[in-house]
Design a protein around this ligand. Sequence first.
Ligand SMILES: [Zn+2]
Length: 78
Amino acid sequence: MTEQAVKDAIKEQKLKCPKCQGPIKKYEKFSETIDSVQDGFNITTIDSRGSRVTLICGNEGCGWKERTEYWTNYLEDE
Ligand SMILES: [Zn+2]
């Protein structure tokens, strides 16, 4: 998943706040995560496939925010 995908999902209001059920409006601190780093036998494997992002609800009266690797869990089912 890329930062652009998070951005688009928020723009299209596809991410849903689990607390107030409103659309999540903001995100910050997007970063790629490194799943495994193996440094033995002179072989270094860096396997980067995840991404981590802080989701912020941003709706009035709701202070929900979460740092997660699994932001797709908040994608609304269509
Ligand atoms: Zn909320």
